[in-house]
Design a protein around this ligand. Structure first.
Ligand SMILES: Nc1ncnc2c1ncn2[C@@H]1O[C@H](COP(=O)(O)OP(=O)(O)O)[C@@H](O)[C@H]1O
Ligand SMILES: [Mg+2]
Length: 350
């Protein structure tokens, strides 16, 4: 597990501490590790991730394709399938429940009630031969909700209303809905049991820009209504800037930078984040991550030291040797980069 160092800007100040006190931590993720066993060896898809999600916040997770975003979400839902497995860490809710240590039965109870997901390509997750109202009702029943047919009809109508759909949509089949409407129906299903944490994996990536923005707006209203925490995975920086309060940047399964969205976008600290931000023509408009120049990282053949050092324009000699820990730069701002750590091996030998 990475230790937290104080950065080159000095020790953690009283202001930092008061900031961390004012926001209540809802989910504390420590040392999360997810591995995939492949024929060529073990791929560390999520690599020692520490992250605290606050109560009622909108957190954005960004990074190139293959950086481990989906895997991290699936780990929290305990939906990692073989050849993958959770190899370590914990994810503890504010009531003491560790999501990574629930029994299979508890996992089922927990899902939807406590943690719900709007999956990647959610629109294709609807059952094509079932009416929308039936699907939402069935899901609620499967999670232990009881009631009469009329009671469920009322609840479905209310859920559809919350996501901006007319009650008649309950009678329709998925193919009768537009992409945006299908996505809204999936969100209605996800919030049906008022989860405290909503994990949304690129929920709008297949839709056109206008519809994307409208759906993000709905998600934001719901988050406020439910006082839920939303972890949004995405690669559209414009949407992220609009939606999230804080963002985390992933590279090769590691969380390399975390901070307030405005700080990270205007003043990125990690060399990888700097390259990503500068590679976007104008993230105020509609910049998307396409990745940065250079050969992508192979998780099976990963470099020693910092994973990013072979592509890093600011790499120092020790970057190929030492693995960076998390350095706190300011209130709620962390970076995992040796540029911000004191070189203790040199300091002691000097
Ligand atoms: N079924 C699988 N088998 C082997 N490796 C996998 C599998 N699924 C994911 N991975 C590994 O996990 C990494 C992260 O994947 P993923 O979480 O889907 O990334 P992202 O969502 O950021 O695009 C991939 O680069 C790959 O190495
Ligand atoms: Mg993904």
């Amino acid at each position: 597990m990475s230790g937290v160092n104080t950065g080159s800007r000095g020790a953690i100040s009283a202001e930092d501490l008061s900031m961390s006190e004012t926001r209540e931590v809802m989910l504390d993720i420590q040392g999360l590790e997810v591995h995939f066993e492949t024929r060529r060896g073990i791929a560390r898809a999520v690599n020692d991730v520490d992250l605290q999600l606050y109560k009622g916040e909108r957190f954005g997770l960004v990074g190139e394709s293959g950086s481990g975003k989906t895997t991290m979400i699936l780990a929290l839902l305990r939906m990692i399938k073989t050849p993958g497995f959770i190899a370590g860490g914990r994810a503890v809710f504010d009531d003491g429940t560790d999501l990574l240590r629930l029994s299979p039965e508890e996992v089922r109870e927990n899902r939807l009630r406590r943690v719900a997901m709007v999956p990647q390509g959610a629109m294709n997750s609807l059952n094509p031969v079932m009416r929308i109202g039936q699907q939402i009702t069935l899901t609620m029943r499967e999670h232990g909700e009881e009631g009469t047919k009329v009671e469920f009809q009322d609840r479905v109508a209310q859920l559809l209303d919350q996501v901006g759909l007319k009650p008649e949509v309950a009678q329709l089949y998925p193919h009768e809905l537009s992409g945006g409407m299908k996505q809204r129906a999936c969100i209605a299903q996800a919030i049906s049991l008022s989860p405290r944490l909503i994990l949304a994996d690129e929920p709008t990536s297949a839709l056109d820009v206008v519809v994307q923005r409208q759906i993000m707006q709905t998600l934001r209203q719901l988050q406020l209504q439910l006082d839920a925490t939303v972890l949004l995975v995405g690669h559209d920086m414009g949407l992220m800037a609009q939606f999230a309060e804080r963002v985390g940047i992933m590279y090769g399964g590691k969380l390399v930078e975390v901070g307030a969205v405005a700080d990270v976008f205007r003043n990125p600290q990690h060399p990888y984040t700097q390259l990503l931000i500068s590679s976007i023509p104008s993230f105020e408009r509609r910049g998307t991550f396409k990745g940065i120049p250079g050969v992508g990282l192979s998780l099976l053949d990963s470099p020693t030291g910092c994973l990013f050092h072979p592509r890093c324009p600011q790499a120092m000699e020790r970057c190929s040797r030492d693995e960076p820990g998390l350095t706190q730069l300011g209130p709620g701002q962390h970076v995992s980069c040796l540029l911000y750590e004191k070189d203790e091996s040199h300091a002691t030998s000097a």
